[in-house]
Design a protein around this ligand. Sequence first.
Ligand code: AVJ
Length: 336
Amino acid sequence: MRLPRARAATLTLEPSRAVITPRTPLFVTLHEAASADARAELASGLAAQPASIAPKYFYDALGSRLFDAITELPEYYPTRTEAAILAAQAGPIAAEAGRGRTLVDLGAGNCEKAGRLFASLQPRRYVAVDISVEFLRNALACLQRAHPAIEMVGVGLDFSAALDLPREAGDGPRTLFYPGSSIGNFSPAQAQAFLRRARAASPGGNLLIGVDLVKDKRVLGAAYDDALGDTAAFNRNLLANVNRLLRSDFALGDWTHVAFFDEAASRIEMHLQARSAVTVRWPGGERRFEAGERIHTEHSYKYRVEAFDALLRGAGYAHTRCWTDERGWFAVFVAA
Ligand code: AVJ
């Protein structure tokens, strides 16, 4: 009896409040974009043998837009395949994930994917988490206008290291949404550690996750080396972001995009390869690259359904369900 009455009170309050002060999303930033940590991480990655730059640095304002464009390329099947599964299986997925919960969107970007789940999941609160809080700001404000009844919170957080959600994310059961096969950026061992943290961050809740599957090598290769060259631009733009963060002097034209599927490791590898010998300088350091030398920029692991299910169970999820498309190219799991 107590619960329904409390609900009724909220309902009578909401409409008048909405008229006086339209709801605006709350924003919390838990990291600094150009922190000393980021500079130290970038400098040590560039000094290493082989050199590497972590893929989270792809997503500055332009990088986020170039990635959005990638999702529209004919070769890049993951986004539209996942969207088709989420649309076709909306009912069963919502029944499994539960309705009326807090939906925590990990790597929210333009918030479009989560927005399309609102009708079936009916979340009471939407928490959009992304490393690029500026990109989040517009997207979330726009979504809030379309869904005034849902409480919205934007969180600027690099959750690749730790998944400590702020107080503002609220209590009550959470569905963590981790779409797009972003989990593929982690090695399987790192992925399992991340899944364990995700489980700890949603007590009594669950995880809704999208995973790209192993398929024909040519299909995989084309998705990461498109004819238009958008993925190459996305890869090279990483250097522009590094120049800004580290104050380095990469000339983008010195570098070519390299992407291929390594069958043994079951992963796409992306690199930037020096066209000729070049020395890159930044305050406090420099690195000489020989012609043809590469900087590793991304791993994108591809799983078989059984292998990913085993990874979830190894992370402590006892209950899993999975949906795929007809071609078996992509999988959506709900794990609790
Ligand atoms: C966002 C990490 C899932 O691995 O497919 C797309 C990023 N890189 N094209 C992926 C990406 C090149 C993407 N994830």
